[in-house]
Write a protein that binds this ligand. Structure first.
Ligand code: CZF
Ligand code: MG
Length: 189
């Protein structure tokens, strides 16, 4: 029987990709997803601390099981920053500003890190599932429909996420890899 899960997110783009990835999976029937947008505090810390805190707050608010997702964009030259703070950086300095941040460095490598967190209920310990995709930061190319997609060129493809069709992004993305880990992990819980 399919496991019923509430995905707590306020980000419609994340939800769309998660639904697409689940629908394309071989075992599409194993997760039955609904979603809810809750305004949750997001603490500062490592990506893992942010993820744990957020899913626990969501499970308390819902008084039941749920998943949350956190996406970090980690620059090698900045030892992983902006990381989980990418949302504020993007909102304040945009694609150009993020590119300029790296102009003083020879290394423009970055990785996109997706962390799904599952929490079984208000007092349960969160379980985390990560997926990472390597790339580099480039001047924006492709449609600006989703966050920093136009400035993240995926290693080995010559394309930014924004230049890819949904099918291509959803087969190699940080979110796809984390969702695969979540699927495997949940089947063992
Ligand atoms: O170009 C992109 N391609 C992606 O694949 C992607 N995934 C997330 N993001 C953006 O990175 C920040 C993460 O922040 P975030 O994880 O806290 O998300 P959020 O606050 O929007 O939603 P949520 O916390 O309610 O789930 C936000 O600005 C998101 O829009 C992406 N941008
Ligand atoms: Mg958020």
């Amino acid at each position: 029987m399919a496991r019923q899960l509430i995905f707590v997110t306020g980000n419609a783009n994340k939800l769309r990709e998660v639904r697409q990835i689940l629908a394309a999976g071989a075992d599409a029937a194993t997760i039955d997803l609904t979603s809810q947008a809750l305004d949750l505090p997001e603490v500062q810390g490592t990506t893992q601390e942010v993820a744990r805190y957020k899913v626990q707050a969501a499970a308390k608010a819902l008084n039941g099981p749920c998943i949350t997702e956190d996406t970090a964009l980690c620059f090698d030259a900045l030892d992983g920053l902006p990381g989980p703070y990418i949302k504020d950086f993007l909102a304040r300095i945009g694609h150009d500003g993020l590119n300029k941040m790296l102009d003083g460095f020879s290394n423009r490598r970055a990785n996109a890190l997706c962390t799904f967190a599952y929490c079984a209920g208000p007092t349960a310990e969160p379980v985390l599932f990560e997926g990472r995709t390597q790339g580099r930061i480039v001047p924006a190319r492709g449609p600006s429909n989703f966050g920093w997609d136009p400035i993240f060129e995926v290693e080995g493809t010559g394309k930014t996420y924004a230049e890819m069709e949904a099918e291509q992004k959803n087969k190699l993305s940080h979110r796809y890899k984390a969702l695969e880990a979540l699927r495997r992990g949940l089947s063992q819980l």
